[in-house]
Every structure is written in structure tokens, then in C-alpha cells.
Design a protein around this ligand. Structure first.
Ligand code: DQB
Ligand code: GRF
Length: 209
């Protein structure tokens, strides 16, 4: 099938392992996928995510927050790199720094994050451990738009994952990660197809035109 318009240009922000980045890169190998990763930015020089980007010939940029006087200046450096690469959509994939209002507004409605729980349950850090400690029977993964709060933005897609009695944080995280890897590319595709509409707290998924 031929597609409408040029591919959406995605910038990925990642701090660590980069398995979600890898899932996105793998999805974009399909020439029919309507988006391309054009830059990967990390706050950590040793992030595996930067190696994964470089291995695919995608520009990999390390921005050290210690080189900037405050959060706003650091965020402005991120915006600069995103703008330089003409990024349309920003995807946080294990990015461990909170985005300040300047960055959020510069890309309003065009920043996504993936969280390893069914939001609004278990926001913040160590969501899988929080779910185990609470004793829920079902947790999961959420892709949401990013707003000025932490893990509070409008929800795009969710997938449920059972908690097993024998689970540890590691086994549960692994089961959730499988869902994350299919969820994130689906959300990016919907965005790139122009099918996501934010209506207050709700994200409406429109039919294929
Ligand atoms: C995260 C949720 C929480 C943290 C990091 C990532 C966290 O508490 N880190 C320690 C503090 C680091 C710092 O001070 O920078 N999930 N930005 C906005 N909204 C979000 C989500 C994540 C990252 C940045 C969001 C985010 O929902 N504005 C990923
Ligand atoms: C994932 O569990 C994601 O939900 C969370 O951070 C982790 C990142 O893993 N935001 P990876 O770096 O994509 O492998």
C-alpha cells in the first residue's frame, strides 16, 4: 500500500537499556511503517540505547545535564537537538529525567511515554515493585501523552498483564516488557496515521480514513 505523506520523524529519549527503542527501530524497518527514528538522545553516555541507535545508523546524542546550569537550560538543549533533526514526535523510552514545562509546551501533544503499569495505578519509579507490593492480580503497560505532571497525561493505549503468585520484580517486569514492545510501535503508528485526537483527558482513536 502507498501511504499518505512523508514519514513522521521520531526523536527517542532514553536513559538505559533501550529495549523499547529497539522495538520501535524494528517496527520502522517495515517500509510501510509511517514513522522513522531520526535521532536518539540520552542523558547517560553509557546508555545501551545510544549503541542501539548507532548500530542502525541513527544519530545518537549524549546530553549531560551537568553541563547545564538548570533544568530549563538542559531542556532547551534537548529542544535544540530535536529541532535540528526536525522531529515531529518525541518518544520517552526509559528516560529518567522529568521534562520541564518549556519542553512539554514546545512539543505540546507530541510527546509520548511508556509506563510499566496500568495508570493511574503505580505512577513514578519502580511501578512493577509497587504492583507486587500492593498485591494486584492484573497490572500492565500504558502509553500516554506527556503533560507537565509525572505519568499523568492522557492515556493512548493500555495492555493488561497477569501477576503470578511466584512473580518477582524481574519476572513480572519481563512479562510487562513483552506487552510494552508491541504497544509502543502501535501507538506511534496511530499518531503517524493522524488518528489520535486529544479530547480533555481522553485520547480518541479515529478510524482509518
Ligand atoms: C519517569 C517517572 C518518574 C521519574 C522519572 C521518569 C523520576 O521520578 N525520576 C527521578 C527524578 C529525576 C529528575 O528530577 O529529573 N517516567 N516528564 C513529564 N511528564 C511525564 C515521564 C517520564 C519522564 C519524564 C514524564 C516525564 O509524565 N513532564 C518517565
Ligand atoms: C520500561 O519498563 C518502561 O516502561 C519504563 O522504563 C523501562 C525502559 O526499558 N519507562 P528499556 O530501556 O526500554 O529497555
Amino acid at each position: 500500500m502507498t501511504r499518505g505523506g512523508p514519514p513522521v520523524r521520531v526523536g527517542v529519549l532514553a536513559s538505559g537499556r533501550g529495549s523499547n527503542l529497539q522495538a520501535i527501530l524494528d517496527a520502522t524497518r517495515d517500509p510501510d511503517f509511517p514513522a522513522r527514528v531520526v535521532v536518539v538522545i540520552s542523558d547517560r553516555e553509557e546508555a545501551r540505547a545510544l549503541e542501539r541507535a548507532a548500530a542502525r545508523g541513527v544519530p545518537a546524542v549524549h546530553l549531560n545535564s551537568k553541563d547545564y546550569a538548570d533544568r530549563d537550560r538542559y531542556d532547551r538543549a534537548i529542544v535544540g537537538v530535536l529541532a535540528e533533526h526536525r522531529v515531529d514526535l518525541v518518544c520517552l523510552a526509559g528516560f529518567m529525567r522529568i521534562l520541564g514545562p518549556g519542553l512539554v509546551h514546545a512539543f505540546a501533544g507530541r510527546i509520548m511515554n511508556i509506563h510499566p503499569a496500568l495508570l493511574p495505578a503505580f505512577p513514578g519509579l519502580a511501578a512493577q515493585r509497587q504492583a507486587l507490593e500492593y498485591g494486584v492480580k492484573i497490572t500492565g503497560a500504558t502509553v500516554h501523552f506527556v503533560d507537565e505532571g509525572v505519568d499523568t497525561g492522557p492515556i493512548i493505549l493500555q495492555a493488561g498483564v497477569p501477576v503470578r503468585p511466584e512473580d518477582t520484580e524481574e519476572t513480572l517486569s519481563e512479562r510487562i516488557l513483552v506487552e510494552e514492545h508491541s504497544l509502543y510501535p502501535r501507538a506511534i503508528r496511530l499518531f503517524a496515521e493522524g488518528r489520535l485526537r486529544i479530547a480533555g483527558r481522553r485520547v480518541l482513536v479515529e478510524a482509518t480514513p
